[in-house]
Design a protein around this ligand. Sequence first.
Ligand SMILES: [Fe+2]
Length: 156
Amino acid sequence: MERLVTDQSPEAIAEASVVYNMFVEGVLAETGYFSFYQALETAGIMPGLLEGIGNLKKDESRHIGYGTFLLQRLICEHPHLFDFVAAKMQELTPLSLRLNEEGIAGREVSAFGGDSVEVMNFTLKQLSVRMDILARARGKKIEEIYRFSDSELGVL
Ligand SMILES: [Fe+2]
């Protein structure tokens, strides 16, 4: 992010957006919401907190939608950036897996009944979903990118 102060090249913007919007928000935060919902819904407790988290998740989807729109426009205008973005996501993947593993380390069972295998599978799904959505920008004209709907960008 700090690099953007002095470097606003498409590569620098794409890297910042991949790390923040796609990985931190689109994979890590989304996994956190999933885990939270799974645990509290299974336990049937804290409905007010779940509702509040649901609102956070909705807001978060707008941030992710913004990053998706930004990256799709960059990929459309600079097609080589798709491979750059894919490589960055690949580089970050082991970190997301490790964060999941560390999150459940030392506990065989979640106190609220959550399922750590499902959470890990959700992370893996998010990693591929983010790239699938970005791949839609390949070979498109910029006018077509502008016509993508909110739901096509993942906004709830
Ligand atoms: Fe956010």
